[in-house]
Design a protein around this ligand. Structure first.
Ligand code: PEP
Ligand code: MN
Length: 358
C-alpha cells in the first residue's frame, strides 16, 4: 500500500540549488591531514557538501572499520575552514548522538543498515525531534519495499527532509559493476514518490573509477537530482574503496563533462514511460547476452563429453513450462512461443559453433 508522505525536497540553507546537487569526499576519514586536504581541494573546486565515513561497515572483521569518534572534530574543522556542509553515515543510535553532538549537517543510512528494519527503527527513534536532512541508500538486495519501509520509518519519526541514494544492488555477477544498477528499481521509487530527491552513487555502483563518468551521465539522463561521489586526495593510498575513488580534480572533470539534456517535456507521461522502456530493453539485452554466454559454456561441456547438442525431451519440457509461466504473467502463449523459439534457435547455433570449432 502506498502511504502518503509529505516529503520535503533535500535542502540546506546555503546550498545553491543547481542540478546535480553534489556530495563528495572520501569513503573514510583516515587522518586529519587526509580529511582536511581532500576537503580543501573539493571546496576550491566548488563542492558544497563533504562526505566522509567515520564508522565503516566492512564485510569482514580485521579491516579498517572507521576512525570513529576521533574523526568527528576533523569534520567540524572542515566546516569551519571551508564552509562546506558535512555528511556521514550512521548505523546505530550512538552514532546519531555523536554525529549530532559534533554538528554534522547531513546523515545517511548505508545499504546494510537500510536492509535491517531494527537498525532503521533504532536510528529513527534517536532522530526524533531533530530536523536533520537524511539520505537513505538502497538496501543491498534489490527489494524496493524494504527501501520504502526504511524511508517510512524515518519519515514517521518526523524527519521529512529526505532523499534516496541509489548505490546499486549486490550480486554474484561482478563482471562489469561492483553493484548492479537495476535502474528500474529507483525509477519505480521515483514514480511512486516524485517529490523524493534522488541521488546516484556511481562510486559504489561502478566499483572502479573509470566507470563513474558514464554512470553519472546515465543518472542525469534519468533525471536524478544529485550525485554522491567518493573523492580522496590520494585515491591509490585510500584505506577503503581505493579503486573507486577519484581525486578532487578528476571529480571536477567528471562534473564539467556531464551533459544536462533539455528535459522540458520531462513531466510528460509518455516521456517517462519511454524512459522506463529504454531501461528495461537495456536489461533485456544484458540478460540475453548472459544467456548466450552460458550456451557457449554448455557447448564446450557437451563437446568435451561427447553429448549431442539437441536433447528434444528437455527442449519440449522447457518450452511448455516457459509458455505456461509467460501466460501466467499475462502474455499470450503465441508470443511466448515466438520469442522462446527464436532464443532457442540462436542458442543451438551458438552451441554448434563451439562444438564445430577446431
Ligand atoms: C559508503 O558510502 O562508503 C558505503 C559504505 O556505502 P554503502 O552503504 O552504499 O555500501
Ligand atoms: Mn565506500
Amino acid at each position: 500500500m502506498l502511504i502518503s508522505m509529505d516529503i520535503k525536497p533535500f535542502h540546506l540553507p546555503k546550498l545553491a540549488q543547481e542540478r546535480p546537487i553534489v556530495i563528495a569526499g572520501p569513503c573514510s576519514a583516515e587522518t586529519e591531514e587526509q580529511t582536511l586536504q581532500t576537503a580543501r581541494t573539493l571546496a576550491a573546486n566548488g563542492v558544497q557538501i563533504f562526505r566522509a565515513g567515520i564508522w565503516k561497515p566492512r564485510t569482514k572483521p580485521g579491516g579498517f572499520e572507521g576512525i570513529g569518534v576521533k574523526g568527528l572534530p576533523w569534520l567540524k574543522r572542515v566546516k569551519e575552514e571551508t564552509g562546506m556542509y558535512v555528511a556521514t553515515e550512521v548505523a546505530t543510535e550512538k552514532h546519531v548522538y555523536e554525529a549530532l553532538k559534533y554538528g554534522v549537517d547531513v546523515l545517511w543510512l548505508g545499504a546494510r543498515t537500510t536492509a535491517n528494519p531494527f537498525a532503521v527503527q533504532e536510528i529513527a527513534d534517536a532522530l526524533r525531534g531533530t530536523d536533520i536532512p537524511l539520505l537513505i541508500k538502497n538496501p543491498i538486495n534489490p527489494d524496493l519495499e524494504l527501501w520504502i519501509g526504511a524511508i517510512e520509518r524515518i519519515y514517521n519519526a518526523g524527519i521529512h527532509c529526505l532523499a534516496a541514494v541509489h548505490r546499486g544492488f549486490s550480486s554474484y555477477d561482478k563482471k562489469i559493476y561492483r553493484n548492479q544498477p537495476q535502474w528500474h528499481i529507483p525509477i519505480e521509487l521515483h514514480r511512486r514518490y516524485p517529490q523524493l530527491t534522488l541521488f546516484c552513487d556511481p562510486s559504489h555502483i561502478g566499483g572502479r573509477r573509470n566507470l563513474i563518468a558514464s554512470i553519472a551521465q546515465q543518472a542525469m539522463d534519468l533525471q536524478y537530482d544529485g550525485l554522491l561521489i567518493e573523492s580522496h586526495c590520494t585515491p591509490e593510498k585510500a584505506w577503503s574503496d581505493s579503486e573507486q575513488q577519484v581525486t578532487p580534480d578528476a571529480l571536477k572533470d567528471i562534473l564539467s563533462n556531464l551533459v544536462l539534456r533539455d528535459m522540458k517535456q520531462s513531466t510528460d507521461d509518455l516521456v517517462d514511460l519511454r524512459r522506463e522502456i529504454d531501461v528495461l530493453d537495456n536489461e533485456l539485452l544484458s540478460i540475453l547476452s548472459k544467456r548466450m554466454r552460458i550456451s557457449e559454456q554448455i557447448g564446450s561441456f557437451k563437446k568435451e563429453h561427447n553429448i549431442a547438442v539437441l536433447q528434444t525431451g528437455r527442449y519440449n519440457e522447457i518450452l511448455d513450462k516457459r509458455i505456461a509461466d509467460g501466460e501466467n504473467m499475462g502474455m499470450s502463449g503465441e508470443f511466448m512461443r515466438t520469442v522462446l523459439e527464436a532464443i532457442h534457435e540462436e542458442s543451438v547455433r551458438v552451441q554448434m559453433d563451439v562444438m564445430n570449432r577446431k
